[in-house]
Design a protein around this ligand. Structure first.
Ligand code: CA2
Length: 145
């Protein structure tokens, strides 16, 4: 099993500001958690971060035929990007959405998730633990389908 974990804009700044929303751990800790979880579960993983919408679209397109599934936190593009939604639909790989914060309790403009419309499940408000849950859930889905 081979999965792709995608993180959107500004997530590389984790741990630098807004610890109340996003926690104290930095982006390297997020990558370590994902890599450790996947190693424990016998999953191969690539972790990708970009601040650019088109680069994320390119990465999703490139996942076709290469990865079995995707875990994605599109960050701010969650709430704006039909292009990321369309790319997820185009490759038709099982995808799980993660948000570190509980977006359901935040501003009105965060209440829509375009990417989420192409995802089998969403985890939010669990901090970095949400990535672990998303990986486990994606693994279970891939084993059952
Ligand atoms: O809760 C999440 O994971 C979000 O995807 C994070 C995005 C936000 O736009 C989404 O609504 C919810 C923002 C990521 C920005 O990360 C920062 C890290 C450090 C300092 C400031 C922002």
């Amino acid at each position: 099993m081979n999965i792709l974990v995608i993180n959107g804009p500004n997530l590389n700044m984790l741990g630098i500001r807004e610890p109340d929303l996003y926690g104290k751990e930095d982006y390297a800790a997020l990558v370590a958690l994902v890599e450790e979880t996947c190693a424990q579960e016998g999953i191969q993983v690539e972790v990708f971060q970009s601040n650019h919408e088109g680069a994320i679209v390119d990465k999703i397109q490139g996942a076709y035929g290469k990865f079995d599934g995707i875990v994605i936190n599109p960050a701010a593009y969650t709430h704006t990007s039909v292009a990321i939604l369309d790319a997820l639909k185009a490759v038709s790989l099982p995808a799980v959405e993660v948000h570190i914060s509980d977006v359901s309790q935040r501003e009105d403009f965060r209440q829509v998730s375009y990417a989420g419309m192409a995802c089998i499940k969403t985890y939010m408000g669990l901090g970095l633990e949400g990535y672990r849950q998303a990986i486990l859930s994606l693994k279970a889905h891939l084993q059952n389908h």
